[in-house]
Structure formats: C-alpha cells, structure tokens
Design a protein around this ligand. Structure first.
Ligand SMILES: [Zn+2]
Length: 235
C-alpha cells in the first residue's frame, strides 16, 4: 500500500486493485490511473475537506463516498453516509463514526487492510478563557472518548488523525488518545493548515515517545507500507 499526502488532510492510498482518496478538495490536480478503481471519501462539507469540483473526476471507474452534509448527487456512484453506518461498496467496507465537528470519520476495510481517516473527529480542546468555555472542553472530551470506546483495542494498519497546531498545547491530545486506546501500526498526523513543522514537534513530544517510530512523515514523498506479497495499484 502506497500512501501519499496530497495536502492538509487529503491522502491518497493506493492498494493493488484500488485507490482511495480521502478528504480531497481539488489540490493538487490528480491524474487517475484508468486501470484502477478510484474511491473518493469525503468526511464533511468544509472547504478544507471537500470541493464540488472533484465530482468532475467521475467515470465508470470512480466512486464517491460522501458524508450526509455534502450537497452532491445521490446515485450508484455517489453514496452518502451517516454516522454509525456500515456501507459495502466495490469490495470495500466503510464504517462511520460521528465527528465531534461536522460529518463523519471513516474506517475502511479492504484487501486485508484496516484504515482509519478521522476527518475532523478530534479532541478539539481550545484554550478556555472562562467557565463556559471550560465546560465546552469537558463536553468535547467526553464526546471524543465516547467514539474511542467504539474502537478500543481494535487493530488498524493505518490511522490519519489531526494534530492541529491551532490547539496550542493540546495539538496532539486526540492523536495520542487514539494511539493509546487502539492497536494502530502507523499513524499520519494531518490538518496543519500549512504548519507542516508540526510533524517535528510531534516526534519530539515527550508524551508521544512510546509510538514515535510509528508516526509517519510524508513531507518528502509517499511511503510504501508492506504486508506480505502486496503491490500497489499502478505498479
Ligand atoms: Zn478541517
């Protein structure tokens, strides 16, 4: 499986028989391999996770799995998902979790791989200036951990999770909680709004040292993740 970081939270995952493209909003432009099934998966309607122009990639080989809050056609090739739903599509199982922001997170199982893309499901702990904001943070924590309970102790080959520098000292909390409650082999931090040096900060973060070797840095290009005898689509 080859994983390419396109931008922000946009990731391309190339498997032997299909390509999965998460939270793509049109940048950079893509050339799709006509030999591969391509599935676009978009977690919610925000402009940093979705753009209507990506519908122009549509063909017989292309499918879209779109959160219910995305305004787009609904037909065989354009499927909408709600929270806590499981969808089967082209040999792919897609399970959704409700986001703590908008839309859904997606767990994708196909060709023996188990892949999580959080979208904006995260522990959004913002600096609190008063009791009301502190209470918001407490509710957020509870909502996030309710979702983690649903996947506790489960194995994932790959998880893609926000480590948003705007959260200041809480930027890694959601990712860290995921890594401690699940059995995740590799994690890709994302949602940096251009502050890509956050990867260096994360790798140096004392609380993340238990799994620092499993944090992937895709700034210099795609990574190839291997299980026995598996090639990537396009090889
Ligand atoms: Zn976002």
């Amino acid at each position: 499986m080859r994983v390419t970081w396109l931008e922000h939270s946009s990731m391309m995952v190339q498997l032997p028989r299909k390509t999965l493209i998460f939270d793509y909003y049109g940048q950079p432009p893509l050339t799709l391999d006509p030999r591969c099934t391509t599935v676009f998966l978009n977690s919610h309607h925000h402009g940093d996770h979705w753009n209507r122009t990506i519908l122009e990639y549509g063909s017989d080989q292309v499918w879209y799995v779109l959160s219910h809050d995305i305004f787009a056609p609904e037909d065989e090739h354009h499927r909408h998902v709600r929270a806590d739903q499981t969808l089967q599509l082209e040999g792919i199982e897609i399970r959704t979790l409700p986001s703590t922001d908008e839309g859904v997170a997606m767990i994708v199982r196909t060709e023996g791989w188990s892949i999580y893309h959080a979208g904006d499901l995260n522990w959004w702990h913002w600096k609190a200036d008063n009791a009301a904001e502190e209470a918001d943070n407490q509710r957020m924590k509870q909502r996030y951990f309710e979702q983690l309970e649903k996947v506790a102790h489960q194995h994932f080959d790959l998880a893609m999770i926000p480590a948003d520098p705007r959260l200041e000292e809480a930027y890694y909390w959601g990712l860290d909680a995921w890594m401690r409650r699940t059995e995740t082999d590799w994690v890709i931090p994302m949602h940096f709004f251009g502050r890509n040096e956050t990867i260096d900060r994360l790798k140096a973060q004392p609380q993340c040292q238990d799994y620092v070797g499993r944090i992937l840095d895709l700034r210099n290009g795609p990574v190839e993740l291997k299980k026995k005898g598996v090639k990537s689509c396009g090889d």
